[in-house]
Design a protein around this ligand. Sequence first.
Ligand code: AMP
Ligand code: MG
Length: 348
Amino acid sequence: MIDTQVFNCCGKAAENGTVLAGRIIRSGGLVAFPTETVYGLGANGLDGEAVRKIFAAKGRPDDNPLILHIAKKSDVKELWTHVPTLARQLMDTFWPGPLTIIFNRSDIVPDEVTAGLNTVAVRMSENKTALALIRSAGVPIAAPSANISGRPSPTTAKHVADDLGGRIDVILDGGPCKFGIESTVISIVGRPTILRPGAITREMLETVIGHVELAHSITEPLSDDEAAESPGMKHKHYSPNAEVIIARGSKKRMADIIRREYDAYEEEGKRCVIFASEETEVYYRGRRYDVLGSLNDRASMCAALFSKLRQYSDIVDVIFAEAIPTEALGLAYMNRLLRAAGFKVLTD
Ligand code: AMP
Ligand code: MG
Protein backbone atom coordinates (compact mmCIF):
# COMPACT_ATOMS: atom_id res chain seq x y z
CA MET A 1 0.00 0.00 0.00
CA ILE A 2 1.20 3.50 -0.73
CA ASP A 3 -0.10 6.73 0.69
CA THR A 4 -2.26 8.25 -2.07
CA GLN A 5 -2.27 12.06 -1.91
CA VAL A 6 -5.38 13.90 -3.13
CA PHE A 7 -5.17 17.50 -4.41
CA ASN A 8 -8.18 19.67 -5.08
CA CYS A 9 -7.72 21.24 -8.51
CA CYS A 10 -10.89 23.32 -8.60
CA GLY A 11 -9.61 26.25 -6.54
CA LYS A 12 -6.61 28.53 -6.13
CA ALA A 13 -4.24 25.77 -4.99
CA ALA A 14 -4.75 23.93 -8.31
CA GLU A 15 -1.32 24.84 -9.61
CA ASN A 16 0.52 23.36 -6.60
CA GLY A 17 -1.12 20.01 -7.26
CA THR A 18 -0.34 19.87 -10.97
CA VAL A 19 3.28 20.98 -10.47
CA LEU A 20 3.94 18.31 -7.86
CA ALA A 21 2.04 15.70 -9.87
CA GLY A 22 4.07 16.59 -12.97
CA ARG A 23 7.24 15.91 -10.99
CA ILE A 24 5.87 12.56 -9.85
CA ILE A 25 5.09 11.59 -13.47
CA ARG A 26 8.64 12.51 -14.53
CA SER A 27 10.09 10.40 -11.75
CA GLY A 28 8.12 7.32 -12.83
CA GLY A 29 5.05 7.57 -10.54
CA LEU A 30 1.29 7.25 -11.15
CA VAL A 31 -1.14 10.20 -11.12
CA ALA A 32 -4.91 10.06 -11.64
CA PHE A 33 -6.27 13.21 -13.25
CA PRO A 34 -9.57 14.58 -14.55
CA THR A 35 -10.36 14.91 -18.25
CA GLU A 36 -13.59 16.01 -19.92
CA THR A 37 -14.45 12.32 -20.51
CA VAL A 38 -13.51 10.21 -17.45
CA TYR A 39 -10.60 10.24 -14.96
CA GLY A 40 -7.33 8.93 -16.40
CA LEU A 41 -4.51 7.06 -14.67
CA GLY A 42 -1.30 8.59 -16.00
CA ALA A 43 2.37 7.69 -16.21
CA ASN A 44 5.30 8.96 -18.30
CA GLY A 45 4.32 7.75 -21.76
CA LEU A 46 7.92 7.49 -22.94
CA ASP A 47 9.03 5.31 -20.01
CA GLY A 48 8.09 1.65 -20.47
CA GLU A 49 8.76 0.79 -16.84
CA ALA A 50 6.46 3.58 -15.56
CA VAL A 51 3.77 2.46 -18.03
CA ARG A 52 3.93 -1.11 -16.69
CA LYS A 53 2.88 0.25 -13.29
CA ILE A 54 -0.43 1.39 -14.82
CA PHE A 55 -1.21 -2.19 -15.90
CA ALA A 56 -0.29 -3.50 -12.44
CA ALA A 57 -2.37 -0.91 -10.53
CA LYS A 58 -5.47 -1.48 -12.69
CA GLY A 59 -5.09 -5.22 -13.19
CA ARG A 60 -5.29 -4.39 -16.91
CA PRO A 61 -4.66 -7.20 -19.44
CA ASP A 62 -1.26 -6.43 -20.98
CA ASP A 63 -2.53 -6.80 -24.57
CA ASN A 64 -4.78 -3.73 -24.20
CA PRO A 65 -2.94 -0.61 -25.49
CA LEU A 66 -3.03 2.83 -23.86
CA ILE A 67 -3.75 6.33 -25.14
CA LEU A 68 -1.00 8.96 -25.12
CA HIS A 69 -2.18 12.39 -23.95
CA ILE A 70 -0.48 15.52 -25.24
CA ALA A 71 -0.82 19.24 -24.37
CA LYS A 72 -0.30 20.78 -27.80
CA LYS A 73 -1.17 19.56 -31.28
CA SER A 74 2.37 19.72 -32.62
CA ASP A 75 3.50 17.15 -30.00
CA VAL A 76 1.85 14.45 -32.09
CA LYS A 77 4.65 14.76 -34.65
CA GLU A 78 7.13 12.91 -32.49
CA LEU A 79 4.68 10.07 -31.74
CA TRP A 80 3.54 9.18 -35.29
CA THR A 81 5.61 8.39 -38.39
CA HIS A 82 4.04 11.47 -39.99
CA VAL A 83 0.82 13.51 -39.73
CA PRO A 84 -1.51 12.70 -42.66
CA THR A 85 -3.95 15.34 -43.99
CA LEU A 86 -6.90 13.43 -42.56
CA ALA A 87 -5.40 13.62 -39.08
CA ARG A 88 -4.67 17.32 -39.49
CA GLN A 89 -8.35 17.97 -40.41
CA LEU A 90 -9.56 16.03 -37.38
CA MET A 91 -7.09 17.68 -35.02
CA ASP A 92 -7.93 21.17 -36.29
CA THR A 93 -11.65 20.57 -35.81
CA PHE A 94 -11.88 18.46 -32.67
CA TRP A 95 -8.72 19.05 -30.58
CA PRO A 96 -8.64 19.88 -27.80
CA GLY A 97 -11.59 17.58 -27.16
CA PRO A 98 -12.81 14.00 -26.60
CA LEU A 99 -11.36 12.46 -29.78
CA THR A 100 -8.55 9.88 -29.83
CA ILE A 101 -6.80 9.29 -33.16
CA ILE A 102 -4.89 6.10 -34.00
CA PHE A 103 -2.08 6.18 -36.55
CA ASN A 104 1.32 4.55 -37.20
CA ARG A 105 3.69 4.91 -34.25
CA SER A 106 7.19 6.34 -34.25
CA ASP A 107 10.20 4.66 -32.66
CA ILE A 108 10.10 6.65 -29.42
CA VAL A 109 6.80 5.09 -28.34
CA PRO A 110 7.49 2.18 -25.97
CA ASP A 111 5.98 -1.25 -26.71
CA GLU A 112 4.28 -1.15 -23.31
CA VAL A 113 2.04 1.72 -24.52
CA THR A 114 0.92 0.05 -27.75
CA ALA A 115 0.83 -3.53 -26.45
CA GLY A 116 3.15 -4.39 -29.30
CA LEU A 117 0.96 -2.89 -32.09
CA ASN A 118 2.50 -0.75 -34.85
CA THR A 119 0.01 2.00 -34.16
CA VAL A 120 -0.48 4.44 -31.29
CA ALA A 121 -3.55 6.27 -30.01
CA VAL A 122 -3.15 10.00 -29.25
CA ARG A 123 -5.48 12.53 -27.71
CA MET A 124 -5.45 16.17 -26.62
CA SER A 125 -7.92 16.76 -23.79
CA GLU A 126 -9.70 20.08 -23.30
CA ASN A 127 -9.60 19.78 -19.50
CA LYS A 128 -7.44 22.53 -17.95
CA THR A 129 -6.06 20.34 -15.17
CA ALA A 130 -5.14 17.59 -17.62
CA LEU A 131 -3.36 20.09 -19.88
CA ALA A 132 -1.54 21.73 -16.95
CA LEU A 133 -0.40 18.32 -15.72
CA ILE A 134 0.95 17.27 -19.13
CA ARG A 135 2.76 20.61 -19.52
CA SER A 136 4.20 20.30 -16.04
CA ALA A 137 5.35 16.72 -16.69
CA GLY A 138 6.97 17.78 -19.97
CA VAL A 139 6.29 14.37 -21.55
CA PRO A 140 3.28 12.71 -23.20
CA ILE A 141 1.22 10.98 -20.52
CA ALA A 142 0.01 7.43 -21.13
CA ALA A 143 -3.38 7.07 -19.51
CA PRO A 144 -6.26 4.61 -19.60
CA SER A 145 -9.32 5.17 -17.42
CA ALA A 146 -8.46 5.27 -13.68
CA ASN A 147 -10.52 2.27 -12.56
CA ILE A 148 -9.83 -1.34 -11.69
CA SER A 149 -10.03 -3.13 -15.05
CA GLY A 150 -13.53 -4.31 -15.91
CA ARG A 151 -15.32 -1.87 -13.58
CA PRO A 152 -17.29 1.18 -14.75
CA SER A 153 -14.98 4.10 -15.61
CA PRO A 154 -14.55 6.75 -12.89
CA THR A 155 -16.25 10.10 -13.36
CA THR A 156 -15.34 11.59 -9.95
CA ALA A 157 -12.18 11.60 -7.82
CA LYS A 158 -14.06 9.51 -5.25
CA HIS A 159 -14.62 6.74 -7.82
CA VAL A 160 -10.86 6.75 -8.44
CA ALA A 161 -10.07 6.61 -4.71
CA ASP A 162 -12.57 3.74 -4.25
CA ASP A 163 -10.76 1.66 -6.90
CA LEU A 164 -7.12 2.76 -6.72
CA GLY A 165 -6.58 4.41 -3.32
CA GLY A 166 -3.37 2.93 -1.82
CA ARG A 167 -2.11 1.81 -5.26
CA ILE A 168 -1.21 5.14 -6.88
CA ASP A 169 0.75 8.24 -5.82
CA VAL A 170 -1.63 11.12 -6.49
CA ILE A 171 -5.24 11.88 -7.38
CA LEU A 172 -5.96 15.34 -8.82
CA ASP A 173 -9.59 16.13 -7.97
CA GLY A 174 -11.14 18.30 -10.69
CA GLY A 175 -14.79 17.58 -9.83
CA PRO A 176 -17.20 15.48 -11.92
CA CYS A 177 -16.26 14.91 -15.59
CA LYS A 178 -18.19 16.87 -18.21
CA PHE A 179 -19.08 14.03 -20.61
CA GLY A 180 -18.81 10.99 -18.31
CA ILE A 181 -17.99 8.47 -21.07
CA GLU A 182 -14.61 7.81 -22.67
CA SER A 183 -13.30 9.50 -25.81
CA THR A 184 -14.32 8.55 -29.32
CA VAL A 185 -11.52 6.37 -30.77
CA ILE A 186 -10.99 6.61 -34.54
CA SER A 187 -8.36 4.71 -36.48
CA ILE A 188 -7.08 6.40 -39.66
CA VAL A 189 -4.55 3.70 -40.50
CA GLY A 190 -6.81 2.31 -43.25
CA ARG A 191 -10.30 3.57 -44.00
CA PRO A 192 -11.36 5.88 -41.15
CA THR A 193 -13.09 3.61 -38.61
CA ILE A 194 -14.61 4.35 -35.23
CA LEU A 195 -13.41 1.69 -32.79
CA ARG A 196 -15.16 3.23 -29.80
CA PRO A 197 -18.01 5.78 -30.02
CA GLY A 198 -17.98 8.85 -27.77
CA ALA A 199 -19.04 12.47 -27.54
CA ILE A 200 -17.52 13.27 -30.93
CA THR A 201 -20.17 11.40 -32.89
CA ARG A 202 -19.99 9.67 -36.25
CA GLU A 203 -22.22 12.41 -37.65
CA MET A 204 -19.79 15.11 -36.46
CA LEU A 205 -16.77 13.29 -37.89
CA GLU A 206 -18.48 12.75 -41.26
CA THR A 207 -19.12 16.47 -41.71
CA VAL A 208 -15.33 16.93 -41.70
CA ILE A 209 -13.83 13.83 -43.39
CA GLY A 210 -16.71 12.15 -45.22
CA HIS A 211 -17.73 8.53 -44.71
CA VAL A 212 -16.58 6.89 -41.48
CA GLU A 213 -16.92 3.14 -40.81
CA LEU A 214 -18.14 1.70 -37.53
CA ALA A 215 -16.39 -1.34 -36.04
CA HIS A 216 -18.93 -4.15 -35.53
CA SER A 217 -17.69 -4.58 -31.99
CA ILE A 218 -19.41 -1.32 -31.02
CA THR A 219 -22.79 -2.98 -30.71
CA GLU A 220 -21.97 -6.68 -31.07
CA PRO A 221 -19.69 -9.17 -29.34
CA LEU A 222 -16.26 -9.21 -30.97
CA SER A 223 -15.13 -11.49 -33.82
CA ASP A 224 -11.54 -12.84 -33.69
CA ASP A 225 -10.38 -10.52 -36.51
CA GLU A 226 -11.71 -7.50 -34.71
CA ALA A 227 -10.14 -8.60 -31.44
CA ALA A 228 -6.73 -8.27 -33.08
CA GLU A 229 -7.53 -4.75 -34.34
CA SER A 230 -9.19 -3.43 -31.23
CA PRO A 231 -7.95 -5.45 -28.28
CA GLY A 232 -9.68 -3.21 -25.74
CA MET A 233 -13.11 -4.32 -26.91
CA LYS A 234 -12.62 -8.01 -26.19
CA HIS A 235 -12.22 -7.57 -22.47
CA LYS A 236 -15.01 -7.44 -19.95
CA HIS A 237 -15.95 -3.81 -19.47
CA TYR A 238 -17.91 -1.34 -17.43
CA SER A 239 -19.41 -4.04 -15.22
CA PRO A 240 -20.92 -3.38 -11.83
CA ASN A 241 -21.24 -6.33 -9.44
CA ALA A 242 -24.99 -6.35 -10.03
CA GLU A 243 -26.29 -8.06 -13.18
CA VAL A 244 -27.37 -5.61 -15.92
CA ILE A 245 -30.30 -6.50 -18.20
CA ILE A 246 -31.41 -4.34 -21.14
CA ALA A 247 -34.90 -4.21 -22.64
CA ARG A 248 -35.40 -3.17 -26.25
CA GLY A 249 -38.58 -2.04 -28.06
CA SER A 250 -41.03 0.85 -28.04
CA LYS A 251 -41.19 2.77 -24.75
CA LYS A 252 -44.33 0.93 -23.77
CA ARG A 253 -42.99 -2.52 -24.74
CA MET A 254 -39.75 -1.93 -22.83
CA ALA A 255 -41.70 -0.90 -19.78
CA ASP A 256 -43.88 -4.04 -20.02
CA ILE A 257 -40.81 -6.28 -20.25
CA ILE A 258 -39.01 -4.54 -17.42
CA ARG A 259 -41.99 -4.53 -15.06
CA ARG A 260 -42.61 -8.23 -15.72
CA GLU A 261 -38.97 -9.22 -15.18
CA TYR A 262 -38.57 -6.90 -12.19
CA ASP A 263 -41.52 -8.52 -10.46
CA ALA A 264 -40.28 -12.04 -11.25
CA TYR A 265 -36.81 -11.29 -9.88
CA GLU A 266 -38.24 -9.62 -6.79
CA GLU A 267 -40.38 -12.68 -6.19
CA GLU A 268 -37.13 -14.67 -6.02
CA GLY A 269 -35.84 -12.28 -3.36
CA LYS A 270 -33.55 -10.33 -5.70
CA ARG A 271 -33.09 -6.58 -5.17
CA CYS A 272 -33.74 -4.65 -8.38
CA VAL A 273 -33.51 -1.12 -9.74
CA ILE A 274 -34.67 0.33 -13.07
CA PHE A 275 -32.64 2.93 -14.96
CA ALA A 276 -35.37 5.13 -16.43
CA SER A 277 -35.54 8.43 -18.29
CA GLU A 278 -37.63 11.51 -17.54
CA GLU A 279 -39.95 10.36 -20.33
CA THR A 280 -40.41 6.78 -19.06
CA GLU A 281 -40.36 7.07 -15.28
CA VAL A 282 -44.18 7.17 -15.21
CA TYR A 283 -44.20 3.47 -16.13
CA TYR A 284 -42.29 2.46 -13.04
CA ARG A 285 -44.07 4.22 -10.18
CA GLY A 286 -44.29 1.89 -7.18
CA ARG A 287 -41.06 0.11 -8.14
CA ARG A 288 -37.48 1.12 -7.41
CA TYR A 289 -36.21 3.29 -10.26
CA ASP A 290 -33.72 6.07 -10.91
CA VAL A 291 -33.84 8.70 -13.66
CA LEU A 292 -30.59 9.02 -15.64
CA GLY A 293 -31.68 12.00 -17.72
CA SER A 294 -33.90 12.97 -20.62
CA LEU A 295 -34.17 11.07 -23.90
CA ASN A 296 -34.02 14.50 -25.55
CA ASP A 297 -30.69 15.21 -23.87
CA ARG A 298 -28.61 12.09 -24.38
CA ALA A 299 -25.54 13.87 -23.03
CA SER A 300 -27.23 13.85 -19.63
CA MET A 301 -27.84 10.07 -19.90
CA CYS A 302 -24.20 9.45 -20.88
CA ALA A 303 -22.91 11.66 -18.06
CA ALA A 304 -24.95 9.72 -15.49
CA LEU A 305 -24.43 6.14 -16.71
CA PHE A 306 -21.12 5.10 -15.09
CA SER A 307 -21.85 6.94 -11.88
CA LYS A 308 -25.22 5.19 -11.55
CA LEU A 309 -23.71 1.77 -12.41
CA ARG A 310 -21.26 2.32 -9.55
CA GLN A 311 -23.91 3.64 -7.18
CA TYR A 312 -26.02 0.47 -7.53
CA SER A 313 -23.16 -1.98 -8.07
CA ASP A 314 -23.33 -3.52 -4.60
CA ILE A 315 -26.74 -2.53 -3.28
CA VAL A 316 -28.93 -4.34 -5.80
CA ASP A 317 -28.70 -7.71 -7.57
CA VAL A 318 -30.18 -6.64 -10.90
CA ILE A 319 -30.19 -3.37 -12.84
CA PHE A 320 -32.78 -3.08 -15.62
CA ALA A 321 -32.04 -0.53 -18.33
CA GLU A 322 -33.87 0.71 -21.41
CA ALA A 323 -32.26 0.67 -24.85
CA ILE A 324 -32.16 4.07 -26.57
CA PRO A 325 -31.85 4.86 -30.32
CA THR A 326 -28.25 4.69 -31.55
CA GLU A 327 -28.10 7.96 -33.46
CA ALA A 328 -25.53 10.54 -32.37
CA LEU A 329 -24.66 10.16 -28.67
CA GLY A 330 -27.06 7.23 -28.33
CA LEU A 331 -24.41 5.00 -29.94
CA ALA A 332 -21.85 5.74 -27.22
CA TYR A 333 -24.47 5.17 -24.53
CA MET A 334 -25.62 1.82 -25.97
CA ASN A 335 -22.03 0.65 -26.57
CA ARG A 336 -21.22 1.04 -22.84
CA LEU A 337 -24.58 -0.32 -21.67
CA LEU A 338 -24.39 -3.43 -23.90
CA ARG A 339 -20.94 -4.25 -22.55
CA ALA A 340 -21.99 -3.64 -18.95
CA ALA A 341 -24.84 -6.10 -19.63
CA GLY A 342 -22.61 -8.64 -21.38
CA PHE A 343 -25.01 -8.15 -24.36
CA LYS A 344 -27.99 -9.49 -22.39
CA VAL A 345 -30.97 -7.89 -24.16
CA LEU A 346 -34.65 -8.82 -23.79
CA THR A 347 -36.87 -8.04 -26.76
CA ASP A 348 -39.89 -10.30 -26.39
P1 AMP B 1 -9.10 3.29 -21.97
O1 AMP B 1 -8.14 4.41 -22.03
O2 AMP B 1 -8.97 2.37 -20.82
O3 AMP B 1 -10.48 3.84 -22.05
O4 AMP B 1 -8.81 2.44 -23.24
C1 AMP B 1 -8.24 2.94 -24.42
C2 AMP B 1 -8.95 2.33 -25.60
O5 AMP B 1 -8.24 2.66 -26.80
C3 AMP B 1 -9.01 0.83 -25.50
O6 AMP B 1 -10.26 0.39 -26.00
C4 AMP B 1 -7.86 0.41 -26.39
O7 AMP B 1 -8.02 -0.90 -26.89
C5 AMP B 1 -7.90 1.46 -27.49
N1 AMP B 1 -6.60 1.63 -28.13
C6 AMP B 1 -5.52 2.27 -27.65
N2 AMP B 1 -4.49 2.19 -28.53
C7 AMP B 1 -4.93 1.49 -29.59
C8 AMP B 1 -4.33 1.06 -30.82
N3 AMP B 1 -3.08 1.36 -31.11
N4 AMP B 1 -5.10 0.34 -31.66
C9 AMP B 1 -6.38 0.04 -31.35
N5 AMP B 1 -7.01 0.42 -30.20
C10 AMP B 1 -6.29 1.13 -29.33
MG1 MG C 1 -10.98 1.93 -19.65
